[in-house]
Every structure is written in structure tokens, then in C-alpha cells.
Design a protein around this ligand. Structure first.
Ligand code: ADP
Ligand code: ZN
Length: 598
């Protein structure tokens, strides 16, 4: 690629400088030339193509000056006058020229270059244009292919933990192994699944294991490989990739970091044209996914750590219609991951893997693999014959140092605060009968959140005022607990507060749930008006909405406070259980807090 750019640049330079070399006539004008005529220095003037005058100076073969003339007649007259005035006899001649070969070439050079460059780009698109694949393969997908024979096979045995994800993905393996079974029944298999989880949690590993279990080739490419500087390259890479995949079918096609292309279209800064390349790549991907039949034998797996920013079109039926959560491992899973990676090491006797798992909260599978590797290096440096507990501790410390910058690992105080915060959510939602049913609570950090509570998704279509209040109270339960137990507040509640505030605001401004504002709605279902600039209500109403929103939040907070006050002891025990186990399920909550009222 750079070779071509250099040639292009050199030609341009040559064209600009050498093309106007010293031999060419100097630009001038009639009054200057007239002066030369007066001095008797001009021998003759040749008018070329009735528009340009070349001035030949006495004793020189080539034209020394040139200038543009307005009209031949006027110029002819001017020169006659000058000749008379200065007593000279400058000859006027005429010539028509179409330019020599070189001149034409120079004239066409920019066009030649542009056309050449264009052809080069088109050829670059390779497969798309039916060409042999582009000069430097710009348009070729750089998919890495792991053939089943050559590559050491990865199976589910190599993937520790992730039980739920494995169960979900098992169906895909089954289909690849026995497609007839599904085809005979007329069943459709999902074309793609999205693996969602933080980096290093084994998404790639899981995808490889699917290929390994089903004994099919594994093609992998990263989303960022699609997006390059050349327009149209991304789209043609997608085409090429799917062509390769169809040739290899049945196979697994794995796209890592799909968010690089799959981010929602037409959003964010520079959405005016700046994202065209990514968008056309994404469109091509969608087209290809729709294009191949369900039973073509190509199964797409894609990984991302943020499903929420992906374009909704990707998740539609027949595309990535299932999402598989691949979360950070819990304590038991970490033990299993240690098992996998400790196998490769020569261990000191009596090394306790549950000790290692306890020491590594918030570590991903990749971090654990790193710890094992680092521990072996540390042991080797100390000339030891086996890797022992001290080596692991040092390795963990080192990795934690790196992790802390990623703010994944919590200090003990932070962990305690998070445990109480989450226990607060759980307790409040447990005792308010309209809150969503709790599934599990965890203090394993996920993304920016240090902990999380899972609820059964709400299947109601309508929400009553009471249900809203209970939900808001549960959301505030975390923050209220922090304040009641520690007399402090931390930034981790941001998301809770944001959601609670929005809910309360919606109650007032959208759902007519405040008596003072009344049964009216400022909701705009058309999405056309921009509330940020023009509010559909007066300043006075705005103030009332603010006040009413706040009133609801205070009411919900009081409810949360009441529940927590009444169940201080249960909440404390729940927090302690969380600190001990990291994740707590409905059964534990029931055991500690008693049956749910409601
Ligand atoms: P991701 O694709 O989610 O970023 P990878 O699959 O590339 O993560 O994982 C990187 C490495 O971390 C793997 O090669 C493996 O050594 C280790 N690893 C991650 N998760 C697990 C797991 N569940 N079991 C065993 N090893 C794991
Ligand atoms: Zn919270």
C-alpha cells in the first residue's frame, strides 16, 4: 500500500516542479512586455491558440515570457501602436497547437493517477469484484483459520466453570454434529449467538471449544480488523469472510470485539458521515447473516463486553438471537479454572487451590492463567524445584497491582461496603411486596458496578403507583443502608440513583401519578421534539415537577429506611453471607430473612 502512495506522491511532486521547469516561459503581462518592446529587446511575439502570447527575446530560441491576451484583434492593435510609438518592428505571428505528446501526458497525468488509484482500490476489493483477490489483499478477510487436524483441540474440558453458558451452547454443538436430526424435524437452529462478558472470561475459549467438541473448523476474526482506512474495505471483508466460511461449512465463525463494527448506527459524535465506513460494514454483516440459510452449517459466534451499545438490528430474530452471559468467575468457578491451569505446573505438595480461589476475587480466567504463569516464573527465578504457595502469593500480588489500575479488585473496606449495599437492595425488595422477585445477589464486580442484584424480569404490562414506589425504594435501599450502617455514601450508587430519579420523574411528568400535576403527560411518543431545548411546559410547572419528583423519592426512601430499620439484623447476616460466598441466591435470602411477604 505504502509503495503506491509513495509513487503517487513523487509523481505529483515531479508534475508540479519539473513540469514548470526553468525552460518554460515566465508569466508576464502586456505592460511589462511593452516596456521590453520600448527597449528594443523583443524579437517576435507568437499568439498561441488565440489566447496566449509567447514573447521571444532577441538572441533566444525559446520564448522568454508569456501572457494571456484578451482578444487577438485588440492585441494586434496594441502591438502595432507600440511598434509605431517606439519605432520598433516586433513581428506578430500566430500558431495553433494541440500540445506535444509530453504536454498531453502532463495534462492528463492527474486523471491517469486518479483512475489508476481507483482501479487499484476496486481490485483491492477482491472477491467483491470477482477479481483474483486484490493486489495486496486489502479486501481479504484476515480470518485466522484453525483447522481441526493441525490445532490442538480445545474442548469443554478446557473451559472451567461457565456451566450455564456451556449448557446453552451445547445445542449448537449438537446441531453441528447431527444436523440431520434437526433438519428432519424441520427445526431451525440459531444462526448466531452473542457471548457477552468482560475481557478474559473465556469467550474465545468457549467458541473454540464449540468447534473442538463438534470437530469442525474454527474461523476467527476481530471486529477491529474490519474497520480500516479504506472506504469499502470493511464491507468487502465481510463478504469475503462469509464466502470462506461457506466453503468450510460446517464451521464456527467467531467475531471477537464485535462492538467495533456493531455499535448502534447513527449515534454518538461524528454521526454525520464519519461513521459511514463502519455502518456500511455493519449493513453488509446484516445482509450476509440474512443471506445464508439457517441450515447452511455456518454458525456465528461473536464476543463483546457491552451488549447494550450494539445495534438492535444485530439482535433480531435470525441473527444473534441469543445472548450468552459469560461473567467473571465465582469462587467455585475460580477453583475449577485454577485446576485447569495448575495441571501444567509442577506444584509443591499440599498447595491448596481453594486458598488460591479465595485470594483472587474479581479475577477473570485470563487473570488466573496469568497468575499460574507468573507463579512458575517467580519459582524459576528462585531456582525452586516446584511452585509453592509463596510463589502464588507473590504472583497474585503482582497481578492485583495491575488489576487495581483497572479498578476491578476491591479493598476489604470497599468489599464490605458493597456487601452491605447489595444486602440493602435485597432486604428492601424482599419485604416490599410489589418489588421484583430477587434471583441472586453478588459482590463480584462487573464492568463498572462493584456488585449487582438480579431480579426476575418484570412481565407486567402496566405498573401501578404502588409498584413504582416499591421499585424505587428497592433501588434506594443500597444507598440508605450505606448511610444507616456506615454513615457514609459512595459513588457506586450512581446507577441506582439515576434509575430511581428517572422512574420518579416519569411518574410525575409522563404517567400522571402526582395529584399536584394531575392526569396529564408530557411524554412525547413521536420523539420529535427535543425536551432539552424546548420544554412543553412553563417554568412554574417545571418547578412543580421537580418538587413532586423529589417528594416521591423521599417517600420511597422513607419506605426503604423503615424496612431496613426493622430488619437490621437480617441485613447484617445477609451481608456477611455475601462477604463469605460472594454470590447469594434466593434460597439463602429466604433462609436468612424468612419467607417473602407478599
Ligand atoms: P475473552 O475472549 O473472553 O477475552 P479468552 O477466551 O481469550 O477471553 O481467555 C483468555 C485465556 O484465559 C484463555 O486462553 C484461558 O487460558 C484463560 N481462561 C479464561 N477463561 C477460562 C475458563 N473459564 N477456564 C479456563 N481458562 C480460562
Ligand atoms: Zn446499588
Amino acid at each position: 500500500m505504502w509503495g503506491w502512495l509513495v509513487i503517487f506522491a513523487l509523481t505529483l511532486v515531479w508534475w508540479v516542479f519539473v513540469g514548470n521547469e526553468a525552460g518554460a516561459p515566465k508569466a508576464s503581462n502586456w505592460s511589462e512586455v511593452k516596456e521590453l518592446v520600448s527597449k528594443g529587446e523583443v524579437e517576435k511575439i507568437v499568439v498561441v491558440n488565440r489566447e496566449r502570447a509567447e514573447v521571444f527575446v532577441e538572441g533566444q530560441d525559446a520564448a522568454a515570457y508569456e501572457f494571456t491576451i484578451g482578444s487577438v484583434e485588440v492585441f494586434d492593435n496594441d502591438l502595432k501602436q507600440a511598434n509605431e510609438q517606439f519605432g520598433q518592428s516586433v513581428v506578430l505571428d500566430y500558431r495553433n497547437e494541440r500540445g506535444g505528446f509530453l504536454g498531453t501526458l502532463v495534462g492528463f497525468l492527474p486523471w491517469l493517477l486518479i483512475i489508476g488509484f481507483w482501479i487499484f482500490l476496486m481490485r483491492g476489493m477482491g472477491g467483491a469484484m470477482g477479481g483474483p483477490g486484490g493486489m495486496m489483499g486489502v479486501g481479504r478477510a484476515k480470518a485466522q483459520i484453525f483447522d481441526k487436524e493441525k490445532q490442538e483441540k480445545i474442548t469443554f474440558k478446557d473451559v472451567a466453570g461457565l456451566e450455564e453458558a456451556k449448557v446453552e451452547i451445547m445445542e449448537i454443538v449438537d446441531f453441528l454434529k447431527k444436523p440431520e436430526k434437526y433438519k428432519d424435524l424441520g427445526g431451525k437452529i440459531p444462526k448466531g449467538a452473542l457471548l457477552v462478558g468482560p475481557p478474559g472470561t473465556g469467550k474465545t475459549l468457549l467458541a473454540k471449544a464449540v468447534a473442538g467438541e463438534a470437530d469442525v473448523p474454527f474461523l476467527s476474526i476481530s471486529g477491529s480488523d474490519f474497520v480500516e482506512m479504506f472506504v469499502g474495505v470493511g464491507a468487502s471483508r465481510v463478504r469475503d469472510l462469509f464466502r470462506q466460511a461457506k466453503e468450510k461449512a460446517p464451521c464456527i465463525l467467531f467475531i471477537d470485539e464485535i462492538d467495533a463494527i456493531g455499535r448502534a448506527r447513527g449515534r454518538g459524535a461524528g454521526s454525520f458521515g464519519g461513521n459511514d465506513e463502519r455502518e456500511s460494514t455493519l449493513n453488509q454483516l446484516l445482509t450476509e447473516m440474512d443471506g445464508f440459510g439457517t441450515n447452511a452449517g455456518v454458525i456465528l459466534l461473536a464476543a463483546t463486553n457491552r451488549a447494550d451499545i450494539l445495534d438492535k438490528a444485530l439482535m433480531r430474530a435470525g441473527r444473534f438471537d441469543r445472548q450468552i452471559e459469560v461473567g467473571l468467575p465465582e469462587i467455585r468457578e475460580r477453583e475449577q479454572i485454577f485446576d485447569v491451569h495448575l495441571k501444567k505446573l509442577k506444584l509443591a505438595r499440599g498447595l491448596d487451590r481453594s486458598f488460591l480461589a479465595k485470594q483472587t476475587p474479581g479475577f477473570s480466567g485470563a487473570d488466573i492463567a496469568n497468575v499460574c504463569n507468573e507463579a512458575a516464573l517467580i519459582a524459576a527465578r528462585g531456582n525452586k524445584s516446584s511452585v509453592g504457595k509463596a510463589d502464588f502469593s507473590a504472583a497474585i500480588d503482582r497481578i492485583v497491582g495491575g488489576l487495581e489500575r483497572r479498578s476491578l479488585v476491591m479493598s476489604p473496606e470497599e468489599k464490605k461496603l458493597t456487601a452491605f449495599h447489595e444486602a440493602g437492595h435485597a432486604t428492601v425488595s424482599w419485604f416490599l411486596k410489589n418489588a421484583d422477585p430477587l434471583i441472586k445477589v453478588t459482590i463480584i464486580p462487573r464492568g463498572k458496578a462493584l456488585g449487582a442484584s438480579w431480579y426476575l424480569p418484570d412481565e407486567r404490562h402496566n405498573t401501578t403507583r404502588e409498584q413504582f414506589l416499591d421499585k424505587i425504594a428497592s433501588l434506594l435501599g443500597g444507598r440508605v443502608t450505606e448511610q444507616m450502617f456506615f454513615g457514609t455514601a459512595e459513588t457506586g450508587a450512581l446507577n441506582d440513583l439515576e434509575r430511581a430519579t428517572k422512574m420518579a420523574y416519569a411518574m410525575v411528568a409522563f404517567f400522571g401519578m402526582s395529584e399536584r400535576i394531575g392526569n396529564l403527560s408530557y411524554y412525547d411518543s413521536t420523539g420529535n421534539s427535543d425536551m432539552a431545548f424546548t420544554k412543553p411546559f412553563s417554568e412554574k410547572t417545571a418547578q412543580q415537577i421537580d418538587e413532586e419528583t423529589k417528594k416521591i423519592l423521599l417517600e420511597a426512601e422513607a419506605m426503604a429506611r423503615e424496612v431496613i430499620e426493622a430488619h437490621r439484623e437480617g441485613l447484617t447476616r445477609l451481608a456477611e453471607r455475601l462477604l463469605e460466598r460472594e454470590t447469594v441466591f434466593t434460597e439463602d435470602v429466604e433462609e436468612i430473612l424468612g419467607a417473602r411477604n407478599g
